[in-house]
Design a protein around this ligand. Structure first.
Ligand code: ISL
Length: 491
C-alpha cells in the first residue's frame, strides 16, 4: 500500500495577515493567498496550512474565534475560501486549516450565553468556578492568573491564554458534539485536514489541581498534559478517518519534551502527526542537533510515529534571526530541515531567507511579543513590495538579500520528490568530526548522505563517494566549507 501523502509532504504555513493584501486595508487576505498560489506550488511543496481566517475580534489575531464556520470580513468570504481551495487543489496542493478547539473568543455566542447567568444551558460549556475554588495556573502572554472574575455572576472563568480566550470544557459532551460539527463542516467543504491549536490542553482534570510550585511561574498551557486528552483525540481520529481521501490532523503539542509529544500519536489512533518543538528551540550546534535527531529516533520510531520538523512559525523569531541573522546558516538549515526523516513545515517567507522585522515600541500589536516574525512579506524589491500600501499592520522586515534562496528551496524540494530515501527513507547518523553532523537516508537502492558544517571553519568530512545533489557553501575534495551543507547520492 502506498504511504499516505502527509508522510512525504512538505507543508507551507501561511499567516493570512502577512502573506499579501489585495484590498488595501493593510492586512493580508484570502485573495492574496490565491494570487501567490503559483509561487507556492512552484516551490514544490505539497500542502499549505492556513493560520486562522475565521470571524474573530482579533485579540489574538484570529486565535480567538467568534464563529468557526465563517470567514472574517477582513480576509474575505466563504466564497473566497472555496475558490482558494479549488485553485489550490487544481495545482495539486492540499489545504490544511487551523482549528482552535481549546478556547473560543469571549465574543463567541456560546460564551456570551455561558456568561449570561449561572443557569444558562451553556454555563458548563466553559470552566466556571467560585473565586475561592480557582487554582494557581498562569495564563500565557500576560503572566497573570488564568482566571478572570466576571462580576455579573460572581464567578471566574478559566483561560489558558488571554482573558478574551475562555477555555471550552471538553468534559461536556455537548461541546464535543458542537466541535465535531465544526470539523465536519470543513471536511464537507473539502479541506484536507487540520492543524490543531494547543491540542494537548483539551482534556482537563475537573478537580483542577494546582501546578506544583516549581511550575507555577510557567504558563500552564506549556505544561498541561492530562490523560483525558487522549480519548478526545481517538474520537477525532475516527471522525477524520471516516472521510475519504486521506484527511489528516497535525497537532500543536506545545510540550517541550519529545517523550511526551510521542504519546499524542497514541497507538496510531490519535494524531496523524504532532509538532515536536524542542528542535525549534535548539541552538545552531552540531552536537545539540545530533541529540535532537537521536531523541526523535528513540521516541517516534519504536511506536511507528512519523516525525515532524519545523524551524519557524508565527509564534517564534524566524530561524535565520535566531541563528544570528546569518544567511549561510539559513541556507545550511534549509538542507537540514528538508533532508531529515519526517514531514517538514516551512513558514512563508523562509524561502526568501527572511529575517524578523524590528518593531518599534509604538508599533507593537501582539500581547505575546511575536510581531517580528509576522511582518508583511515583501514579494518584490520596490515599494510597496507587491502589496497595495507601503504602510501595513506591521512594518516591513529587512528586504531579502539573496535572490537565489528560493532556488535552493526549489532544488531541495525537487530532490525530495524524486528521492524515496529523502522523502520516506530511514535515517542513520554517521560519525563525523566535531562541529559537523552527517547522516544517511536510505530507501531500497536509493541512498543519500547529508553533511552539515555548523562551524565557521572548513572541515574535512570523509563522506562516502558519491555525486553531489545540492551544496551550500563549498564542498571540495572531501572538505565542507564553513557553515556549508551537502547532499550526495551514494552507491
Ligand atoms: O507563542 C508562544 C510562545 O511565544 C507559545 O507559548 C504559544 O502560546 C503556544 O505555542 C500556543 O500557541 C498557539 O495557541 C495560541 C496562539 O496565540 C498561538 O499563535 C498558537 O500557535 C492561543 O491560541
Amino acid at each position: 500500500m502506498p504511504e499516505p501523502w502527509w508522510k512525504s509532504a512538505v507543508v507551507y504555513q501561511i499567516y493570512p495577515r502577512s502573506l499579501l493584501d489585495t484590498d488595501g486595508d493593510g492586512v493580508g487576505d484570502l485573495e492574496g493567498i490565491r494570487r501567490r498560489l503559483d509561487h507556492i506550488a512552484g516551490l514544490g511543496v505539497h500542502a499549505v496550512w492556513l493560520s486562522p481566517f475565521f470571524r474573530s475580534p482579533m485579540a489574538d489575531f484570529g486565535y480567538d474565534v467568534a464563529d468557526y464556520c465563517d470567514v472574517d470580513p477582513l480576509f474575505g468570504t466563504l466564497a473566497d475560501f472555496d475558490r482558494l481551495l479549488a485553485e489550490a487543489h487544481d495545482r495539486g496542493l492540499k489545504v490544511l486549516i487551523d482549528w482552535v478547539p481549546n478556547h473560543t473568543s469571549d465574543q463567541h455566542p456560546w460564551f456570551v450565553e455561558s456568561r449570561s447567568s449561572r443557569d444558562s444551558p451553556k454555563r458548563d460549556w466553559y470552566v466556571w468556578r467560585d473565586p475561592d475554588q480557582t487554582n494557581n495556573w498562569q495564563a500565557a502572554f500576560t503572566g497573570e492568573s488564568a482566571w478572570t472574575y466576571d462580576e455579573r455572576t460572581g464567578q471566574s472563568y478559566l483561560h489558558l491564554f488571554l482573558p478574551e480566550q475562555p477555555d471550552l470544557n471538553w468534559g461536556n459532551p455537548k461541546v464535543v458534539e458542537a466541535m465535531h460539527a465544526v470539523v465536519r463542516f470543513w471536511l464537507d467543504r473539502g479541506v484536507d485536514g487540520f492543524r490543531i491549536d494547543v491540542v494537548h490542553a483539551l482534556g482537563k482534570d475537573p478537580s483542577l489541581p494546582d501546578d506544583p510550585p516549581d511550575l507555577a511561574t510557567i504558563p500552564h498551557s506549556s505544561t498541561h498534559d492530562d490523560p483525558r486528552t487522549h480519548p478526545i483525540l481517538r474520537d477525532l481520529r475516527r471522525l477524520i478517518d471516516s472521510y475519504p481521501g486521506e484527511r489528516m490532523m497535525v497537532g500543536e503539542v506545545f510540550l517541550l519534551d519529545t517523550t511526551k509529544v510521542a504519546r499524542y500519536y497514541g497507538d496510531g489512533d490519535e494524531l496523524h502527526l504532532a509538532f515536536n518543538f524542542p528542535p525549534l528551540f535548539t541552538k545552531w550546534d552540531a552536537a545539540k542537533w545530533r541529540r535532537q535527531i537521536e531523541r526523535a529516533q528513540q521516541h517516534f520510531d519504536p511506536i511507528g510515529a512519523w516525525p515532524t520538523w519545523v524551524l519557524s512559525n508565527h509564534d517564534n523569531p524566524r530561524h535565520r534571526t535566531r541563528y544570528d541573522g546569518r544567511l549561510d546558516r539559513a541556507r545550511a538549515a534549509a538542507v537540514l530541515l528538508l533532508t531529515l526523516k519526517g514531514t517538514a513545515f516551512l513558514y512563508a517567507g523562509e524561502e526568501l531567507g527572511l529575517l524578523d522585522a524590528e518593531i518599534p515600541p509604538e508599533r507593537v500589536v501582539d500581547p505575546g511579543g511575536r510581531d517580528g516574525c509576522r511582518a508583511p512579506i515583501p514579494w518584490s524589491p520596490e515599494p510597496p513590495h507587491g502589496w497595495v500600501r507601503e504602510d501595513n499592520w506591521l512594518p516591513w522586515p529587512p528586504l531579502p538579500d539573496d535572490p537565489t534562496m528560493p532556488d535552493l528551496y526549489r532544488a531541495l524540494l525537487r530532490l525530495r520528490r524524486v528521492s524515496p530515501a529523502l522523502s520516506l527513507g530511514d535515517i542513520a547518523l554517521l560519525d563525523s568530526p566535531e562541529g559537523t553532523l552527517a547522516y544517511e537516508r536510505r530507501h531500497g537502492d536509493d541512498r543519500r548522505v547529508v553533511a552539515i558544517n555548523f562551524t565557521d571553519e572548513a572541515v574535512p568530512v570523509d563522506l562516502p563517494d558519491g555525486t553531489v545533489d545540492v551544496v551550500t557553501g563549498r564542498y571540495e575534495a572531501g572538505v565542507l566549507g564553513p557553515s556549508g551543507a551537502v547532499v550526495l547520492t551514494t552507491l
